[in-house]
Design a binder for this molecule. Structure first.
Ligand code: PLP
Length: 394
């Protein structure tokens, strides 16, 4: 079987060799429970966890005691939204978010609305941008949390997190930032940006799946978030469950290596530029959020008058995604693109290409050739395309 060209790195990434090498000893040599501190193997495993905590803290410029390990961003999002609502609802029931957030945020907030939360879903323009003055207007004494991601998983759009954090600070309102797609691609300095709570996930940065970290800033008035999972008292009672030592070690290693590889994103930007230039030559094709500030590895492209699912079926050599990975498999158009004012037809005709630092120029060249051939072939047999060419539809 021919090797797949993997351009679905916003869904998940290949684990780096260095990360895997760091993890292996904790599967086969030191398999101790890191809470078993009465023997040397347990203490060594515990030390490995604290080393990883330090690695995460160093890469974000925060304190190790502000970092809590868990199973990933979905768990962090659930913990924060439910935990904040539970502890602050006596102060106010208002939460502000954006229509283009990840489903983990939107579905959890839907659940909280049923329990009495009042949620404002901010609109975005055609690039995914919110109006900061509208955000400011919505923050009232009842607002307990602003939840806005750093970068969108589908389009790569980057929100102005520095401005949002400053605004929330001025208004004395907590800011939770889902930085799952951002960390590992762009440096983020929590010493400079006053984000209160932030989540990240290892498998988006060439680390293992099922492990993430939650940053909760230490403040003079401590942020109150209840544990979602209770039990053995791990993570200072904040997140119970036997430590997944290999995965935690993998997260520490991945985030450290990504810091060293940040300049590789120059290479990623060049590959994306090549891909966008080549695919833009296909008639009736456009790039979502092209003019906005975007993640260097992501491009979301609409090939009008076809179905992205059909296009991907025509290219079995390519690993791509339509909309976000979490909604693939359903035929619903992406809620992100709909919120940006994209028509249902164009949303269903959109493919996401997400490059990684492991992607090669040859792979991108092959991708452009295969996509161009497939689009041409599909349209040749398409009555809708013929109507478009005859000027009967736009
Ligand atoms: N938030 C964003 C922006 C994401 O892209 C994802 C994954 O696709 C998640 C949250 C969920 O991450 P995890 O797989 O770690 O639960």
């Amino acid at each position: 079987m021919k090797e797949l060209i993997y351009l679905d790195n916003n869904a998940t990434t290949k684990i780096m060799d260095e990360v895997w090498d760091a993890m292996v000893p904790y599967f086969i040599h030191n398999y101790a429970n890191a809470s078993s501190v009465y023997h040397s193997m347990g203490r060594e495993a515990n030390g490995a966890i604290e080393k990883a905590r330090l690695q995460v803290a160093r890469s974000l410029n925060c304190q190790p005691k502000e970092i809590f390990f868990n199973s990933g961003a979905t768990e962090s999002i659930n913990t924060v939204l439910k935990g904040i609502y539970k502890n602050y609802k006596s102060k106010g029931n208002h939460i502000i978010t954006v229509k283009t957030e990840h489903k983990a945020v939107l579905e959890t907030l839907l659940q909280l609305e049923k329990e009495g939360a009042f949620v404002t879903y901010l609109d975005v323009d055609h690039t995914g941008k919110i109006d900061l003055s509208v955000l400011e207007e919505h923050i009232t004494a009842q607002t307990i949390l602003v939840c806005i991601m750093a970068a969108n998983n589908e389009t790569g759009y980057i929100h102005p997190i520095q401005e949002i954090a400053m605004l929330c600070k001025d208004k004395d309102c907590l800011y939770f930032c889902d930085a799952t797609q951002y960390i590992g691609k762009i440096p983020l300095d929590l010493g400079q940006i006053p984000i209160d709570i932030l989540c990240l996930s290892a498998h988006k940065m060439h680390g293992p799946k099922g492990i993430g970290a939650l940053f909760i800033r230490r403040k003079s008035k401590p942020i109150q978030i209840s544990a979602l999972i209770t039990g053995g008292g791990q993570e200072n009672g904040f997140r119970a469950g036997t430590y997944n030592v290999p995965n935690i070690v993998g997260l520490g290693s991945a985030i450290t290596h990504m810091q060293h590889h940040e300049r590789d994103f120059e290479h990623t930007i060049q590959l994306r530029e090549y891909l966008e230039n080549a695919l833009s030559k296909i008639p009736a094709t456009y790039i979502h959020a092209k003019t906005a500030s975007r993640l260097p590895n992501t491009t979301s492209i609409c090939f009008k008058h076809l179905l992205a699912s059909e296009l991907m079926t025509h290219c079995p050599q390519l690993a791509l995604s339509s909309g976000s990975a979490c909604v693939s498999g359903t035929r619903d158009p992406s809620h992100v693109l709909l919120a940006m004012g994209v028509s249902k037809e164009d949303a269903l005709a959109t493919v996401r290409f997400s490059i990684s630092r492991l992607t090669t120029k040859e792979e991108v060249e092959t991708t452009t050739r295969l996509i161009t051939e497939a689009v041409t072939k599909i349209r040749q047999n398409s009555p809708i395309w013929q109507l478009f060419q005859a000027g009967l539809i736009t």
